[in-house]
Structures are given as C-alpha cells and as structure tokens.
Design a binder for this molecule. Structure first.
Ligand code: NAD
Length: 490
C-alpha cells in the first residue's frame, strides 16, 4: 500500500472508479480536518452525480463481466482471503490513517485493524457455501428448486466513527458472495477507505468490483441513493439520514439495511460488585469519547445502591484521561467534528436547564495542550429524568445520565422508554433477572455483565428507530443473496 499518513498530508485524493483513481468531473476537492488541531490535513474529491453514475455503471459492468461472474467460488474466496492478508500487512498504517482522520484512539484503531482480517477470512468461507434447495411439488415428474445467487450492485454508505471496521462487516460477505459494490465513505473520514481500495486492486479483484466515491452526503450520497441501478443499500449512520436514504431508495423500490443511532440503557442491580459494574459502565459509554452507536448513555441504578454507585462512578470518571489519541496513556480523545462538540455542549446545558446536575465533567478540558482540539470531559449527569432532552437524543459524546429505580417493572419501563433499540446492558448476579431483562428489553443486542463485546460471527442490528436488517454471522448470506425458483417438467 503506497498511501500513508505522510503521503496523505497536504495531498489531493481522487475517486476510485473502475479500478483507477480518477479526478472528479467537477474538479472540486474538500478539506478533511484533523480533530486534534481543527486544521485541514488533506483534500478528497467531491463526487457529483456524474461521477456517481460512472461508479454505478462500472459496478454494473463488473457484475455482468465473465471475469467476476464466471470466477469460481473457490477463486472468489481466495481473493477475499488475499485481501485479508493485505489488510493484516498494512494494519498499523491503516490505524494511523483513521486516527489522524477521526481522532479516535490509535490503540483502538490498531485493535480494529488487526481484527479485521479475521472477518474477511470468515466471510471468504461463504464463497463456496451459497446453497439452494429442492422443494417437493404435487407432481412426481417435476423438479422444483431454488437457486441462491448474488444480488448485484450493493451501495454502501458509511459513517466516520469506525469507517473500515463497519465497512468490512458488509463488504467482505458481499464480495465473497459475488456482488459488486459502490462505497460512499463519510466526508469526515474518507482516507482509510481510499487506502483499502488500493489493497483491493493489489489483491487482484477485477476492475469495477469495488468503487469508492468520496464527497458529501447531500450530493454524492443523495445521487447514489437515487440511482435505480443499485440492488440494495447498506447504510450505517444517524437515524435522520437513514430516513432520507430509505425515502430515496423507496422511489425505486430498492431494499435497504439500516444500522442507525442508539440511546442504549445500562441497568445496574445492587447485588453486583459495584466497582466491576462501574468499570463496565464507564467503558461502555465513554469509549471513543462516546462516539459509538452502542454507547450506554442512560444508566438506571437500583435505588438501594444508587448513592454508592454514583459516588464510585464520579470518582472513576474523573480518572478517565482525556488527551492526544496517539498517546498510549490516553483513555479518550477528541470528538471528531466541531459540530459534534457544539451539540454535546448544547445538550448538557439544556439538561441543566431542565433540572439535571453535573456530577463530573460537563465542559471542555482546561489544559492549554488540548485547547485547539474538539475535546470534551467525560460527564456524569445526576438528578436526571428520562424525559429530558439529553436522555432521549443521541448525543454521540461522552455524557451519561443516571437515574434510580425501585422495581424491575419500573426499570424495564425506563429502559424501553426511548425511540431507539440498538443495544442494552445489565449488571446483576441473578441469572433469572438477567434473562427476564433479555426477554423484555427492546434492543437488538443484550449484554449481561459485560458491554460492547461483539463478534462478526453473530448477527447485529437494531430494533425500532435503530434500524433493520442484520450484519454479521450467517445472516449475511441472506442479506447479500437472493433466491430464484426454477421448475422443470421432465
Ligand atoms: P451521518 O448520518 O451524518 O452520516 C453517515 C453517512 O451518510 C455519511 O457518509 C454521510 O455523508 C452520508 N449522508 C449524509 N446525508 C446523506 C443523504 N442525504 N443521502 C445519502 N447519504 C448521506 O452519520 P455520522 O455522523 O457519520 O455517524 C454517526 C451516526 O452513525 C450515529 O448516529 C451513530 O449511532 C451511527 N452509527 C450506527 C452504527 C450501527 O451499527 N448501528 C455504527 C456506527 C455509527
């Protein structure tokens, strides 16, 4: 891979269409900002509708071309495994690129990049397991069977918070199953997806199998989701954007898979080791400065241990180290966007106006070293009510609200009192209670005495306004293939 942080610095990056890096038709480029300084560090191409059309056309031609369509399943799987090797070889540089682009901790990005090859390898194994089935008919001399086949061009729109890891969960099965792809990465973190395109070429995928159109959501994203030549959209991002994309796709009756926002509950019962639960809650909400879709930002604590829990939570939160994302000792880095910082500040202030108290954090760090970046202190809000704006809106920042509960019924009502349904966590030693929670909570993922542990081998997704469709595990076979029924009279 030729792309490095050093080669990106001050550069102009082009679109990746039909196996080549090409300038956008408009000749326009957009600044990408370094969240630690707030300054631009490279530029990426602004794709317009014409560029998007060219990318979809390339993907459609590649889907139909013998080089891909008639490639054996074994060879397709081998290509995906080759990509896994290349990602592993370049994991450290890919991690440096993402950290520079989105401000997330280098150690976290390294962990993601080093785990990604396993995901490619897992899905590569699906290439030769696309099975159909035979179905009985009420006529003996008829054969009735289902062929399972790839669906065509998949349009993928990704967010900035973990660009490559989130892309991998859908790109890997899509390629293994014989589809072709047009990716529109976030305008706030496009560099790593362009670097991956280089590895895709190096692995030997035919031109046009994967295309990357960078640019804004309003122009490039909109043009992609209005294109009738796409077989399916996979979107990961905010609920508001998901709604717009689903509306565009509906005009052409194109199905979508939606991985959207969350406002996930963390429930703590008095029978647990408080320190253990506090550590779990802290990493569950403050990881990546709160910029994870599953952040457990609403915390419900059994009233009998509420004071003790809050005291320990505040003490632990004050020890979370905010700093430069590249330093080993840093626990949380900056927010990725200045608008994100402004949003967090606005909601914390509105929480205070509505009656909540700031028990820890609640402001930008006061050190000169961090003054230029988009940092915010990890924040604990008490005296909260579940109806307050900061308890209902996804902040995507390091803020948690804590509320006591007195009964299991009250707890489950509070946990489910949200329009989202992405994830949830419970801390208790009582397995029956934990299983009752798992049954009654309206969330796509339930963690018991842990949080954020996930696997590409299981299906993940949301309920309610957190989305629909699943990624990961064997469900990917269904998501990215379709059935064709064939009947023969013999
Ligand atoms: P976003 O919705 O602002 O943007 C996501 C992508 O959509 C970007 O590539 C953007 O350019 C594009 N986009 C924006 N407007 C568009 C339009 N009108 N048409 C087409 N594309 C458009 O989200 P973000 O700020 O990048 O990411 C944060 C959000 O993503 C949070 O809500 C978070 O919860 C969610 N998220 C969800 C998951 C999950 O698995 N459920 C994972 C990560 C992030």
């Amino acid at each position: 891979m030729k792309t490095t942080v050093a080669s990106l610095e001050g550069s102009r990056q082009n679109l990746f269409i039909n196996g080549e890096f090409v300038a956008p038709k408009s000749g326009q480029y957009i600044d990408s900002f370094d969240p630690t300084s707030g300054r631009p560090w490279y530029q990426f191409a602004e794709a317009g509708a014409e560029d998007v059309r060219a990318a979809v056309e390339a993907a459609r031609s590649a889907f139909a071309a013998p080089a891909w369509r008639r490639m054996t399943q074994t060879d397709r799987g081998r290509l995906v495994r080759r990509l896994a090797e290349l990602v592993l070889d370049n994991a450290d540089e890919l991690a440096l690129i993402e950290t520079r682009d989105n401000g997330k901790l280098l150690k976290e990005m390294q962990a993601q990049m080093r785990a990604m090859p396993d995901s490619y390898t897992y899905f590569a194994g699906m290439a030769d397991k696309l099975l159909g089935d035979t179905i009985p008919v009420n006529k003996l001399d008829m054969l009735n069977f289902n062929l399972r086949e790839p669906i065509g061009v998949v349009g993928m729109i990704t967010p900035w918070n973990s660009p490559l890891m989130l892309l991998t969960g859908t790109l890997a099965p899509c390629l293994a199953l014989g589809n072709t792809v047009v990716v529109k990465p976030s305008e706030h973190a496009s560099a790593s997806t362009l670097a991956l395109a280089e590895l895709i070429m190096e692995a030997g995928f035919p031109a046009g199998v994967v295309n990357v159109v960078t640019g804004t959501g309003a122009v490039a994203g909109d043009a992609l989701t209005r294109h009738p030549g796409i077989a399916k959209f996979v979107f990961t991002g905010s609920t508001g954007t998901g709604r717009r994309i689903a509306a565009n796709a509906a005009q052409n009756l194109i199905p979508c898979s939606m991985e959207l926002g969350g406002k996930s509950p963390h429930v703590v019962f008095g029978d647990v080791d408080i320190e253990h639960a506090v550590n779990g809650v802290v990493s569950g909400v403050f990881a990546a400065a709160g910029q994870t879709c599953v952040a457990g930002s609403r915390c419900f604590v059994e009233a009998s241990v509420y004071d003790r829990f809050v005291e320990a939570l505040v003490e632990r939160t004050r020890r979370v180290r905010v700093g430069l994302p590249t330093l080993e000792e840093t626990d949380i880095g900056p927010l990725a966007l200045s608008a994100q910082l402004a949003k967090v500040e606005t909601y914390v202030a509105s929480g205070v106006r509505q009656g909540a108290s700031i028990a820890a954090g609640g402001r930008r760090p006061q050190t000169a070293e961090l003054a230029g970046g988009w940092y915010f202190e990890p924040t604990v809000m008490t005296d909260a009510d579940n109806g307050m704006d900061f308890m209902q809106e996804e902040l995507f920042g390091p803020v948690i609200g804590v509320i006591p509960f007195s009964s299991e019924d009250e707890m489950i009502r509070l946990a489910n009192e949200t329009r989202y349904g992405l994830a949830s966590g419970i801390w208790t030693r009582d397995i029956n209670r934990a299983l009752r929670f798992a049954r009654n909570v309206e969330a796509g993922t339930v963690w018991i005495n842990t949080y954020r542990a996930s696997s590409f081998m299981s299906a993940n997704g949301g309920f309610k306004e957190s989305g629909y469709g699943r990624r990961g595990g064997f469900d990917a076979m269904e998501e990215f293939s379709r059935l064709k029924n064939v009947v023969i009279d013999y």
